[in-house]
Design a protein around this ligand. Structure first.
Ligand code: ATP
Length: 328
């Protein structure tokens, strides 16, 4: 697990903030299968927290335990200050979209929301405003069955907002949506967060959520692999990419870089020097350029490559990162 310090002191800010959710040693076993394994994390109040992990990582199970829908095999926690096993104390202040809500296809979006509100004992006076927030003002009177997938998801989020919850939990709300639909959901999450709510949103793709999350909980195979800001996730794997003008100088360049004590990968016609978070890329690049020049090697390329968050995430969960294949 990494809990590295982020830039601009964000980590300190987030980790000292009041917490909406805190879990310790959360575990869920089904017979011989461990769906969630000894997971501990906090969710800062007011944050947009991404629960990220590949299929089967345990995201839905964690969310279901946070909502009191599944009883943990082990572990404990609090949601909005109440023990996780005491759901009556936090559920009235929590909204969720964890499975497709039971909307009636022949009934309008507006009337579906009204029915859900009445069932839950919430006021129906703000329903039209809510339809406006989720961008369905024009289509609120249309049958739910005529909605696109994105509209159905947005109506589901509206349902999660009934009762004006402090905490909103959304399980893979962008799943199956096209880029525009995903953007609409991201915009909606920003609006919900801007209203002062804590939002926990899951996805198997970090890239879908990295722009809107200020706190990440990364799961893989039921375990926690990273907890921190997006900046903390991105602080470990930048690289210098160096290429000699003449391909025949590559071996000599490797020797020069190795003599400077740098960690080197040969990748096609280049060498890649992995930088750790403390590395001064400019100093290392200047030093390497000087050494190469002294050895009679002319460089055609020397640049600082910033690995994107998605490739770091994929590396973290042992999937194939979409970067150069190293040939050592
Ligand atoms: P996805 O993105 O595919 O929805 P996820 O990260 O939400 O995945 P979970 O649905 O929480 O993952 O499942 C985690 C693991 O627990 C999986 O291996 C799943 O098969 C298993 N699992 C979940 N629910 C049950 C259950 N009721 N009985 C047995 N195994 C289960």
């Amino acid at each position: 697990m990494t809990t590295s310090a982020g830039r601009r002191g964000i980590v300190a800010l987030m980790t000292t903030a009041p917490v909406a959710v805190s879990v310790t040693g959360l575990t869920k076993r089904y017979r011989s299968r461990t769906a969630v394994d000894n997971v501990s994390f906090t969710v800062p109040t007011g944050s947009v927290t991404g629960l990220i992990g590949p299929n089967g990582a345990g995201k839905t199970t964690v969310m279901a335990m946070m909502l009191g829908l599944i009883t943990p095999s082990e572990g404990e926690g609090t949601v909005l200050g109440a023990p996780i096993r005491d759901r009556a104390r936090y559920l009235p202040r929590t909204g969720a979209l964890i499975e497709s809500p039971a909307f009636h296809p022949a009934v309008s979006g507006r009337d579906n929301l009204r029915s859900l509100a009445r069932l839950a004992g919430h006021s129906i006076t703000g329903i039209d405003d809510m339809l406006g927030i989720v961008g369905l003002s024009d289509r609120g009177g249309d049958r739910f069955g005529s909605y696109s997938l994105g509209m159905k998801q947005r109506l589901g989020i509206a349902a999660a907002l009934l009762g004006d919850p402090e905490l909103v939990i959304l399980d893979e709300p962008t799943n199956g949506l096209d880029p525009q639909g995903m953007q609409e959901i991201r915009d909606l999450i920003r609006i919900i967060s801007g209203q002062g709510r804590t939002v926990i949103v899951s996805s198997h793709l970090l890239g879908e959520l990295e722009q809107i999350c200020d706190w990440l909980v990364v799961l893989d195979h039921g375990g926690l692999v990273h907890l921190g800001t997006p900046e903390s996730l991105g602080g470990t794997a930048d690289a210098l990419v160096v290429e000699p003008c003449a391909a025949t100088d590559l071996d000599a360049l490797v020797v020069v870089a190795a003599s400077a004590g740098l960690p080197i990968d040969r990748v096609a016609e280049t060498i890649v020097i992995t930088l750790d978070v403390q590395s001064d890329a400019h100093r290392i690049a200047a030093d390497l350029n000087t050494r190469a020049h002294a050895a009679g090697i002319v460089l055609s390329e020397l640049h600082h490559r910033r690995a994107d968050l998605e490739s770091r995430y994929l590396t973290m969960i042992n999937a194939a990162a979409p970067t150069e294949k190293a040939v050592r």
